[in-house]
Design a binder for this molecule. Structure first.
Ligand SMILES: *Cc1c(COP(=O)(O)O)cnc(C)c1O
Length: 362
């Protein structure tokens, strides 16, 4: 049966392994613990984590409890520690235990509940998240200090890792990172036995002071540059392609797609491509975004739900040719910048509609 034209997402796990090696080299001995939340940034937590496991990763982070349960099943009998960044909601510790997930405690009530549970069940290994200035999640430094001084409140708990998260690491010139580093040093010294973890992708590249014992990269494993812009060391992992359905010649003044998304100001040869925002091309990316076709960048003119249009000029491009919307020639950081967002969001919006192909599964 002939294939109907549709988008295809190729996930290159060899490129993922390459990026893992780059991060590992940069981390200089700190453990690289991949973040595979949000279904491995949209690329499939199972295949991603299995390949990273084959590359030597033994600790993984997810955001939600159910993501952790799914990942445990995906990893089946491979030995791995799975940390759940969301603090455990009341009553969920039995589920953590059943799936052998390590909770990341982010508030004093969670510490109290975890300690009570641990005393009744023979102990519990936890990670402690302390907020050092991002004001999103984590214990206040004063709360952490109070805990460290009243250790009966930690009864039953093995605080194996103390972590915090940087809010401005993508901009190396932002002084907030240095202030967070200083606050984190003070906090981690309170828990002398625990390992320490501060960095996501960007932080890994801020220098040795930031790396401590464990780093938690996400986006740079999946092809985003650590500083929200393309980085030649990082390879594209996700490649989204789609065929051209039609080529239309617009005259000056012709409008394309809905509303005022695009009005031709000169004669335009527009290729209509079989991918839309359902497939993960962000609608707002038409403002400066591009696709790769016929060996060059072609401006995105309009993105609708199922199809989009690009300006192919007078290039030798025809119906049926394949266009790259994301990948080694249409970089995720460029598409994100055009859409006013970050690579993380572009990746997690890659939908399940596109046909998926994995290269390099282990
Ligand atoms: C998402 C997340 C990460 C990974 O961030 P990237 O920018 O994708 O590398 C690391 N740590 C925490 C706490 C996170 O929420």
């Amino acid at each position: 049966m002939p294939q109907a034209p549709r988008a295809r997402l190729t996930v290159d796990l060899d490129a993922l392994a390459h990026n893992h090696a780059v991060l590992k080299a940069e981390a200089q001995g700190a453990e690289v613990a991949p973040v595979v939340k949000s279904d491995g940034y949209g690329l499939g937590a199972g295949p991603v984590a299995r390949r990273l496991h084959a590359e030597g990763a033994r600790s993984f982070f997810v955001a939600r409890l159910d993501e952790g349960e799914t990942l445990r099943a995906e990893l089946a009998d491979r030995e791995a520690q799975i940390y759940v960044l969301d603090g455990p909601a009341a009553g969920t510790l039995p589920r953590f235990a059943a799936a052998r997930l390590t909770p990341v405690l982010t508030s004093l009530p969670q510490v109290a509940a975890a300690s009570a549970w641990a005393v009744a069940h023979g102990g519990l290994e936890v990670m402690l998240h302390v907020d050092t200035g991002m004001n999103r999640q984590g214990l206040a430094p004063d709360e952490a200090r109070a805990l460290a001084q009243a250790t009966d409140r930690l009864r039953g708990l093995d605080v194996a890792v103390v972590m915090s998260h940087l809010g401005s690491a993508a901009d190396p010139a932002d002084p907030r990172s240095a202030a967070q580093l200083e606050a984190f040093r003070a906090v981690r010294s309170l828990f002398a036995e625990a390992r320490a973890s501060l960095c996501a992708s960007a932080g890994v590249f801020l220098g040795a002071d930031y790396r401590f014992d464990m780093v938690r990269p996400g986006v740079s494993l999946y092809g985003g540059g650590p500083f929200d812009r393309p980085d030649p060391r990082i390879r594209a992992v996700a490649t989204l392609t789609a065929p051209i359905l039609d080529i239309r010649n617009l005259r000056p003044g012709d409008r394309l797609a809905y509303g005022r998304q695009y009005t031709a100001d000169r004669p335009i040869r527009a290729a209509i491509v079989a991918a839309g925002y359902t497939d993960g091309v962000i609608r707002a990316a038409n403002a400066g975004g591009y696709a790769w076709a016929g060996g060059a960048r072609r401006p995105l003119l309009a993105v609708t739900m199922d199809v989009l249009a690009i300006d192919v000029g007078d290039a030798a491009i025809a119906v049926g040719d394949t266009v790259e919307l994301l990948g080694p020639n249409a970089l995720v950081d460029d598409q994100a910048a055009a859409a006013g967002t970050v690579a993380h969001e572009v990746l997690v919006r890659l939908s399940r509609r596109a046909d998926r192909i994995y290269l390099g599964e282990r």
